[in-house]
Ligand binder design. Structure first.
Ligand code: SAH
Length: 247
């Protein structure tokens, strides 16, 4: 027997129905290279291997879980002990799909790392805390990460999953999202754009002119007395371009 580690977000997904829904949402085909994040005891891994794909890489941080995953014998499978919040996905290929029942405590960092690796990630299906999933899909109060993600990916909210489908049960509801890379995404420097977005989204109730010089707001055609929640994603990108040009 082994003990599940809460601090690593180890809540195993038991529902065969939900596991299959994740696999199907990946729209897999024979030549796909898929990366699963947080393989755990392999519940999702085993289902994914029933679908067409060329290669399945599984990232897992916990040595105990890595040993369990290594018991699964399949020549398409490769288990890698790594931290998915910093892993360089592009080292595995140029066109990857990614998925996982993510460890919720670091789910946002993993989504951010996906965007950092956007040049080689075309599609993702993630299980995360429902509140975060709704935010990322633009269905509740948006965050800087919503903006960062949705600049490069179309995000869909697929379904909600109650705690009883996991063991041990998480305290919160879960949500499944799918992200698909946009063809017409702007070529932006991600660390710079992130810095700009976090400035814009800190102290949301403050007027934009308290965060960004007024001349820049005016040149971008945005009323300086508005708050960040009152402007659209397109306006934010326009503002960023002017900001980059003038600062
Ligand atoms: N996919 C399995 C387990 C999900 S639980 C299932 O659905 O049953 C989340 C898993 O992510 C755990 O196995 C945990 O050890 C792993 N994990 C936690 N932090 C991680 C990180 N930073 N990088 C990679 N894996 C991580």
């Amino acid at each position: 027997m082994f003990k599940l580690r809460k601090e690593l977000g180890q809540h195993l997904l038991l529902s065969q129905g939900v596991l299959r829904r994740i696999a199907e949402s990946l729209l897999l085909s024979e030549d796909d290279i898929l990366v699963e994040i947080g393989g755990g005891t392999g519940n999702l891994t085993k289902i994914l291997l029933e679908y067409p794909l060329e290669k399945l890489y599984v990232l897992e941080i916990d040595t105990q879980m890595v040993e369990k995953l290594k018991v699964i014998k399949n020549k398409k499978l490769k288990v890698i002990q790594a931290d998915a919040t910093r892993f360089r996905f592009c080292s595995l290929g140029k066109r990857l799909k990614v998925t996982g029942n993510l460890p919720y405590n670091v789910a946002s960092l993993i989504v951010e790392n996906t965007v950092i690796n956007k040049d080689c990630i075309t599609l993702g299906v993630f299980m995360l805390q429902k509140e975060v999933a709704l935010k990322l899909a633009g269905k509740s109060k948006v965050s800087w990460l919503t903006l960062l993600l949705n600049t490069f990916y179309e995000t869909e909210y697929l379904m909600s999953i109650p705690p009883r489908f996991f063991t041990p049960k998480p305290k919160v509801e879960s949500g499944l999202i799918r992200i698909r890379r946009k063809y017409n995404a702007p070529a932006l420097n991600i660390p710079e754009f992130k810095k700009f977005l976090t400035t814009l989204f800190c102290a949301r109730r403050k007027m934009l002119k308290k965060k960004i010089p007024e001349n820049i707001l005016k040149k971008a055609g945005i009323d300086p007395s508005l708050r960040v929640e009152q402007i659209s994603a397109e306006e934010i990108i326009r503002l960023y371009n002017v900001y980059e040009e003038l600062r």
